[in-house]
Design a protein around this ligand. Structure first.
Ligand code: ADP
Ligand code: ASP
Ligand code: MG
Length: 455
């Protein structure tokens, strides 16, 4: 009853709020943090979601490795360079000595917290606490900078409202009721700041939404408060037609549907966390990808509005394992696939691609964990072969299956690349191909030329 009231009040009050998420490079230096502060200090009511300063989470991963080894000398060395980089940032970011002292005291608090883990046993619980320090630090630095600039903001700690359930899925009800309660307590506030990536799990422990998870935080928050828009600010002017880390010439895409963006994110377009589109799609909240260095550029609008019948982008995801189950029993039998799927379900391993013939079924999984227990059970149903180091190349856009054209162009482009599996027709906006990882760069370059006439 109480929660219903809270929810009703907040929906009417916060309905026009926007979410602005800033990634690691957007807060990667004092200059960038100042630019973010200028961008967010307008009159729009908003929640700003922050990542850790770029490189920080990677450094924390290194510190965790040293902590697991109980290598105190290595931990101290890593913490010293961590501290001196942040001291420089603090020096450049703040104007007054008073603010610098406050910031340094925050920094020492985080560093001493990490150092305290050298004294006792180090487990995944402590590991996740260490990983959380990056976002805790960046958000407190931004907030201090805002207050030095005279911009009023309120920090709403992610650990007070962001939670995942026992299946590691966002606990929608918990997030919604707690976030709305926190916002309702601050009805006069226009600018809220929170941490991306970090959350609590269903035991109440500090946890996270996996690497790149701040995008997911922004979308979960957007859905929880019924925001009018979720903006993801990063170091590139929107979703490009191909992976800019791999091919030289790429171009931004103006519009994508939720489905198209979700496919690209899931199949390797690093600009978005794999699950980040799902909450926004469910609540029909547009997601806009923008460039912090060039805010004037239009970026990419992701919504339920379709934007033309053409192939829009390609992406690639490595770390794929292909599993083939070959069985004479499959021939003319029904129920065979059900049994195979049930094995995957029991092992809680999800399947990305599937192709079948009369005597075999091939599947892919992106798990790099030990697959032996799964394979052992699958052997009850036939001969099992496993191939690691595979890569899924995903072509996204509008594939008009009633008309000739797209498929021919895809295969013509890839005539020199051995194709291990092909999935076509599962949806109107995706063709997936499995290739050996060694051909990934060649495949992406060939598709850039063949489908987009680039390079
Ligand atoms: P942030 O730190 O802001 O979260 P990320 O590094 O996670 O930024 O994501 C942005 C990066 O994603 C870009 O710099 C780019 O190299 C990479 N990227 C990979 N595929 C694409 C794509 N299709 N379009 C745009 N960027 C992409
Ligand atoms: N800081 C986290 C990472 O580097 C989360 C994020 O940036 O989205 O993965
Ligand atoms: Mg990211």
């Amino acid at each position: 009853m109480v929660v219903d009231n809270v929810h009703l009040t907040s929906r009417s009050f916060f309905i026009n709020m926007i979410i602005q998420k800033f990634g690691g490079t957007s807060v990667g230096s004092a200059e960038r943090i100042k630019a973010v502060a200028n961008l967010i200090a307008d009159d729009t009511r908003k929640i700003v979601v922050l990542s850790a300063v770029s490189g920080t989470t990677n450094q924390l991963v290194q510190i965790n490795k040293a902590l697991y080894k109980q290598d105190k000398v290595a931990v101290e060395g890593l913490l010293t360079s961590f501290e001196s980089a942040y001291n420089q940032l603090i020096q450049d970011l703040f104007i007054s000595e008073e603010s610098r002292l406050k910031a340094k005291s925050h920094l020492s608090g985080h560093i001493n917290h990490i150092r305290s883990f050298t004294l006792d046993m180090f487990t995944p619980f402590e590991e996740r606490t260490v990983l959380a320090q990056g976002e805790l630090l960046s958000s407190s630095l931004l907030q201090l900078h805002l207050s030095e600039k005279g911009v009023k903001s309120v920090l709403i700690p992610a650990l007070d409202f962001m939670r995942i359930d026992q299946n590691n899925e966002p606990d929608e009800w918990y997030v919604k009721s707690n976030l709305n309660r926190l916002l309702d307590a601050q009805q006069e506030t226009k600018l809220f700041v929170t941490q991306g990536y970090i959350c609590r799990n269903h035991f109440g422990e500090v946890d996270n939404l996996k690497r790149g998870g701040s995008d997911y935080t922004a979308s979960i928050i957007g859905a929880a408060i019924g925001a009018s828009e979720v903006q993801i600010w990063t170091d590139i002017d929107g979703m490009h037609n191909n992976d800019p880390r791999i091919v030289e010439k790429t171009r931004p895409i103006d519009r994508l549907t939720f489905d198209e963006a979700a496919e690209l994110a899931y199949f390797g377009a690093k600009i978005l966390h794999p699950s980040s589109i799902l909450p926004a799609r469910k609540s029909n909240i547009p997601v806009i990808l923008k460039n912090t260095m060039h805010p004037e550029k239009p970026g990419t609008v992701i919504s339920n509005v379709s934007s033309g019948n053409f192939i829009k982008a390609v992406a690639a995801k490595d770390g794929i394992t292909a599993i083939k189950i070959k069985s004479d029993r499959m021939f003319l039998a029904y129920g065979f696939l059900r049994k195979v799927f049930e094995v995957f379900e029991r092992h809680r391993i999800s399947i990305d691609m599937i192709t079948t013939s009369e005597v075999a079924v091939s599947l892919t999984v992106d798990s790099e964990e030990d697959l032996e227990p799964l394979l052992e059970e699958l052997r009850l149903y036939g001969m099992v072969e496993k191939e690691v180091d595979q890569c899924i190349v995903c072509i996204v856009g509008h594939m008009i299956q009633e008309e000739p054209g797209p498929a021919a162009r895809i295969f013509e482009s890839l005539r020199n690349v051995p194709l291990r599996m092909i999935s076509y027709g599962g949806s109107k906006n995706n063709v997936s191909l499995l290739i050996d990882k060694q051909y990934k760069v060649e495949a992406l370059k060939a598709l850039n030329q063949g489908l987009f006439q680039l390079n």
